[in-house]
Design a protein around this ligand. Structure first.
Ligand SMILES: Cc1ncc(C[n+]2csc(CCOP(=O)(O)OP(=O)(O)O)c2C)c(N)n1
Ligand SMILES: [Mg+2]
Length: 348
């Protein structure tokens, strides 16, 4: 596996009048996500990451194109594969790396880890380890926005596996019945852990299911940053202007295993190698090159992203462990057993 750019990456139809600065920003976001996750994977091997991590390597255009178009006070719900979404929404890579390492200064004080990263300061309500559970939380957040009469929206990103769970029906139905300001985004990497999702999904797929509930739904090539950017903006604008819930089916591919330690031996030989030619970062770089951006500029952006993540890694590694007493902060029902009789340091 390599994240080197293939200069043979297929060129998408080159849009005229490309806003180069806009796509340089998307490129930097994708490079930051890639660097963050490659560093997280190597840090896991070093024993620094506590718990599992689920890389989104290969899926960065979905994060950049959707979350990069959200307003600062819009609300985001993500999944177990949420580093990219969280970074693109504006969370600090240093605080996120500390969170992965379980250290003080992590976005959740080191108590959440990768699968429960939340950063309310940037409107990121949480990653979620329960497949599909974020869909109903997103409907609730959108309902709150509507009841409060606020001018913001909710984006809920979930995987293709989530469309086969009950909350998909419950959350989309609720959102449509109450005309809530929420954009549902199915980030379809074609696998649900070790299962090819299409082999266990009846009917026409995610967009058809959403359309059956009356949501305007669109499918887009999720490795084409120009397409994701355009379609996400259109749907976010519509939701923001009061059109009710909408649905995006973003088709991409998971270039790594399900977790960082999964060799993905269940895949057909050569499948992932072929998909590396469709790497969204390579395609974005080809797009920018076709619009006159020189290789040195792209390399400078990659170096900048890499340097930033090296600093985040070092800061996380040097950060202290949280004080024992912090384990009892932000915990509900402190008066109930086992907490009532438990004191920091007990039983260790
Ligand atoms: C309710 C529930 N069932 C099963 C699992 C175990 N599990 C973790 S990730 C995963 C696959 C999810 O696939 P998808 O929604 O496509 O997300 P992806 O991992 O591809 O990003 C499963 C089955 C879980 N976390 N939650
Ligand atoms: Mg999937």
């Amino acid at each position: 596996m390599s994240s080197e750019i293939s200069m043979e990456a297929p060129l998408q139809a080159v849009p005229r009048n490309l806003d180069v600065d806009r796509f340089l920003r998307h490129h930097l976001t994708m490079r930051r996500i890639r660097a963050f996750e490659e560093t997280a994977v190597s840090s896991l091997a070093e024993g620094l990451v506590k718990g599992a991590i689920h890389p989104s390597i290969g899926q960065e255009a979905a994060a950049a194109g959707v979350c990069g178009n959200m307003a600062a006070d819009d609300i985001l719900l993500s999944t177990h594969r949420g580093h990219g979404h969280t970074l693109a929404k504006g969370a600090s890579p240093e605080a996120m790396m500390k969170e992965l390492f379980g250290r003080e200064g992590g976005t959740c004080g080191g108590k959440g880890g990768s699968m429960h990263i939340a950063d309310f300061d940037v409107g990121m309500l949480g990653a979620n380890g329960v497949v599909g559970a974020n869909i109903n939380i997103a409907a609730g957040a959108a309902h709150a926005i509507k009841l409060l009469g606020q001018d913001r929206l909710t984006v809920c990103i979930f995987g293709d596996g989530a469309v086969n769970r009950g909350p998909f029906l419950e959350g989309l139905n609720w959102a449509k019945v109450f005309d809530l300001p929420v954009l549902f985004v199915c980030e379809d990497n074609r696998y649900s852990a070790t299962t090819v999702t299409g082999s266990v999904t009846a009917g026409g797929g995610p967009a058809d299911r959403a359309a059956s509930l009356g949501l305007a739904a669109e499918t887009v090539d999720g490795n084409d940053i120009a397409a994701v950017d355009a379609v996400a903006r259109e749907h976010l604008d519509a939701v923001r202007s009061g059109a009710g819930p909408r649905f995006l089916h973003v088709v991409t591919y998971r270039l790594t295993g399900h977790t960082a330690v999964d060799p993905a031996a269940y895949r057909p030989d050569g499948e992932a190698d072929a998909e590396w030619l469709n790497d969204p970062i390579g395609r974005c770089e080809a797009l920018l090159t076709a619009h006159g951006v020189d290789a040195a500029r792209l390399q400078a952006q990659s170096d900048r992203a890499r340097d930033e993540i090296v600093l985040a890694y070092q800061a996380a590694k040097d950060a202290p462990w949280p004080a024992d007493a912090k384990a009892f902060e932000d915990v509900q029902d402190l008066g109930a057993e086992p907490f009532a009789s438990y004191r920091p340091g007990d039983g260790r």
